[in-house]
Design a protein around this ligand. Sequence first.
Ligand SMILES: Nc1nc2c(c(=O)[nH]1)N[C@H]1C(S)=C(S)[C@@H](COP(=O)(O)O)O[C@H]1N2
Ligand SMILES: [Mo]
Length: 184
Amino acid sequence: MRRAAFALLVALVLLLPLSAPSRADGPVVLTVTGAIEKTNRGPFEPFSDVLFATLQESFEKAYALTLDDLGALPQQTVEVGYPNWPGPVTVTGPTLASVLDLVGATGSQVLVQAVDGYAPAFKIDEVRAGTFVLATAQGDEPLALGGRGPVWLVFPAGSYAGQTAEDDSGLAWAVFHLKITAGE
Ligand SMILES: Nc1nc2c(c(=O)[nH]1)N[C@H]1C(S)=C(S)[C@@H](COP(=O)(O)O)O[C@H]1N2
Ligand SMILES: [Mo]
């Protein structure tokens, strides 16, 4: 009996690492940090997390996603245009809200940070009420790093209070980091 209990304990300990949410194949393209309930990797590590270090970002909790992870979420296609663009674009990807749900975001603000350090912030209430897409493809073409990809935040005009029809400034391209905070 005691041996059976011990065997059960060993089995449980061996299974523990498997209970963390797993990650689909391929390189991580997006990492969510901050006020989140779920994690699938460890805290900030300065040598490997070098882009975070360069942008003076650090974190305790993080959830890393590959393109396959993003592709496994429900996909939303939107056509969006702004006056300074050559024309409307049709992009596809998971909604920002679905990624916030996946990681159990508990804060009220999300900072959407791109590889060049560009980092607009949005109220999570407005993100949930609107159509904010973490686009990974334009038409049938995956978005390229060097172009607007691999992840481009796309939303139509009027998506947050005060956004004018001309203002496409919050549409961050080459997004690699979502930071969830309590907000102001
Ligand atoms: N990564 C990143 N995304 C960005 C920016 C930026 O500097 N870096 N500029 C923003 C601004 S201010 C505008 S107006 C739009 C359009 O800029 P673009 O012409 O460079 O696409 O992209 C937004 N997304
Ligand atoms: Mo801009």
